[in-house]
Design a protein around this ligand. Structure first.
Ligand code: PLP
Length: 405
């Protein structure tokens, strides 16, 4: 494979990273070397049940055989040519994304933050073309839109933003539970309202229906464009193509990522025709975005989602998971709320979630903490009800071991 001997032992991996990798992650001390479906295996061969799926990315599970075959075939044929030339796959992935979303035009990139970045840029581009430039953005408390400068500017938590200030100006945040404040914030100067239909990193918080209705009304009244950040909630995660449709939102711009590449880095910004009409060659671009390898992965994923019955599977297993989580919450009083849809769920605790995450890890179950007090579950979309049941049983034990109930 390589002429260098690659270390897999935890202490060696940690030492090498400590010497050379930028220290920005608080990693759990485990080295995963192999996966299969909803399972991960560490360097000592220990098996873990994975209800995180690489933060919603390994949509088809780990080492999916059809994906592996397609990627091997693509890598052996042609992996990358850049956007200087045509290749056969971008148009087909775009056609499928358009059919799923109802938005006809797609820009391909490599990550969620780039997809959001493109949405923010083309919202401005739209207003620039109208001859009355608008640059103001209205976002929501608890929002997480990514780490590049534009996306970070719209991200709510000041801890993420402050070390990099000044960022892109003109962003206002309002509570998603306060439609009146929202109405006051959106004016004839607002370029766009950006919203995660289910706030993921912010603690798995679905946007209330009334707020969604207000977003729609304000967009109609002021012309402000709606950007739906569906990087975490989109592409089948909730059992429907995009959660915006459940909220009755009609976004002009949608950001997707994570699940799209099923493990290959991929993101996409989807545009209404009126926004896309203002884009001209040279306005935006990326070297790697939409390359053949990423597009091949996206094709395998989108085929599974729409023709392979994956969306229905998520809806069914999601109902099952919801019922199990509600039973769990009834048993453990530290769980004060169960939020989510399909296969994205958060258990809000009345305290820091860290001990539960650690107790779950000791039972070889991967779940993760978000927003401090929330245990988040983002299993692979292909997960079976049997695996979900096993996960809930281990989580139950973890709660019991923490003596929170
Ligand atoms: N938007 C949302 C809603 C996200 O959840 C994330 C990542 O968690 C991002 C954007 C950024 O995506 P990425 O980490 O792929 O850049």
């Amino acid at each position: 494979m390589t002429t260098t001997e690659i270390a897999t032992k935890l202490s060696e991996v940690q030492a090498l990273e400590a010497a050379h990798v930028l220290q920005i992650y608080r990693r759990t001390p485990v080295v995963f070397v192999r996966g299969s479906g909803s399972r991960l295996y560490d360097d000592e061969g220990r098996e873990f049940l994975d209800l995180v799926s690489g933060i919603g990315v390994a949509s088809l599970g780990h080492a999916n055989p059809a994906l592996a075959r397609a990627l091997a075939d693509q890598a052996a044929t042609l992996a990358h040519t850049s956007n200087l030339y045509f290749h056969p796959l971008q148009g087909e992935v775009a056609r499928r994304l358009a059919a799923l979303s109802g938005l006809p035009r797609v820009f391909f990139c490599n990550s969620g933050t780039e997809a959001v970045e493109a949405c923010l840029k083309f919202a401005r581009r739209y207003w620039h073309a109208q001859g009355s430039p608008r640059t103001k953005i209205v976002a929501f408390d608890h929002a997480f839109h990514g780490r590049t400068a534009g996306s970070l500017s719209a991200t709510w938590d000041a801890h993420y933003r402050d070390p990099f200030a000044p960022l892109v100006p003109g962003v206002t945040w309002v509570s998603p539970k306060d439609p009146v404040a929202l109405a006051a914030a959106v004016t004839a100067e607002t370029a766009a309202i950006i919203v995660e239909p289910i706030q993921g990193e912010g603690g798995v918080r679905p946007i209330p229906l009334e707020t969604a209705r207000t977003i729609r009304e304000l967009s109609d009244q002021t012309g402000a464009l709606v950007i739906a950040d569906e990087v975490q909630s989109g592409l089948g995660r909730t059992g429907v193509p995009l959660y915006s449709s459940v909220l009755g939102l009609k976004p002009d711009l949608v950001a997707v990522g994570k699940a799209l590449g099923a493990g290959m880095p991929a993101g996409a910004a989807l545009f209404s025709q009126r926004v896309a009409d203002q884009a001209a060659p040279g306005d935006h671009g990326t070297t790697n975005g939409g390359n053949l390898l990423a597009c091949r992965a996206a094709l395998v994923f989108l085929e599974a989602l729409t023709e392979g019955g994956l969306m229905t599977h998520v809806a069914e297993t999601g109902r099952h998971l919801r019922a199990r989580l509600e039973t769990l919450a009834a048993k453990h009083r530290a769980i004060i709320e169960v939020r989510g849809a399909g296969l994205i769920w958060g258990l809000e605790l009345d305290r820091d979630a860290t001990p539960v995450i650690e107790a779950a890890f000791e039972r070889r179950l991967l779940v993760n903490r978000t927003a401090g007090t929330v245990v988040r579950l983002l299993p692979p979309l292909i997960i079976s009800t049997a695996d979900l049941d096993e996960g809930i049983a281990r989580l139950d034990e973890a709660f019991a071991a923490c003596k929170l109930s």
